[in-house]
Design a binder for this molecule. Structure first.
Ligand SMILES: [Ca+2]
Ligand SMILES: [Ca+2]
Length: 187
């Protein structure tokens, strides 16, 4: 009788880790394969990204789907704003459009590299090539620049955080992330 009991006793400490590793594999299986591979390859990096997002955009020490959507929307708004900044600085009469004389006046105040960048951006945004940027052209340019700056695979990685909602309450805490990535690191 002693031998089976002893064997069971020896197995016990390993059981929780095995269960957690099984949970993590279950969570990874719900994700797109490329996202799961990225997380499994660098669990520590994923933990850093996830915990930064929880601290930066979560509430009460956790983040939910709406919080992740909000963080991604804030990122896109940042990149849209950055793409439009030089055009807003060129909109001398504040009518929301950038006419040729306006961009010429702004360009004359810039260093050669900054001038080249402004005119290159103008050419990219000026879809109908009439020299003027309409509000619609500016909006489309900003949206395109934001899409270029935010990679779909990075967005997918942030959304993958929700797969590690261990207690299933719709919110993911730093502890839940750590539990998952520790199990991955040990696995
Ligand atoms: Ca204007
Ligand atoms: Ca135009």
């Amino acid at each position: 009788m002693i031998r089976p009991l002893l064997a069971l006793f020896l197995l016990l400490p390993a059981l929780p880790a095995t269960a957690q590793q099984a949970d993590v594999q279950t969570a990874l299986a719900t994700l797109p394969p490329d996202v799961a591979e990225r997380i499994a390859a660098r669990p520590d990096r994923f933990a850093d990204t996830a915990i930064d997002l929880i601290h930066g955009h979560g509430t009460g020490g956790a983040i939910d789907a709406a919080g992740i959507d909000r963080a991604l929307a804030l990122d896109r708004a940042f990149f849209r704003t950055r793409a439009l900044r030089s055009f807003h600085e060129s909109d001398l009469d504040a009518d929301g459009a950038v006419a040729l004389p306006e961009i010429t006046a702004r360009a004359a105040t810039l260093t050669p590299p900054a001038r080249a960048r402004l005119l290159r951006d103008r050419d990219a945004a000026d879809t109908d090539a009439d020299g003027t940027l309409t509000p619609d052209e500016l909006r489309a340019h900003a949206t395109a620049e934001a899409a270029r700056a935010t990679r779909p695979e990075d967005e997918a990685l942030l959304r993958a955080i929700l797969a590690f909602d261990g207690d299933g309450d719709g919110r993911v805490t730093a502890a839940e992330i750590r539990q998952a990535t520790d199990a991955l690191s040990q696995g």
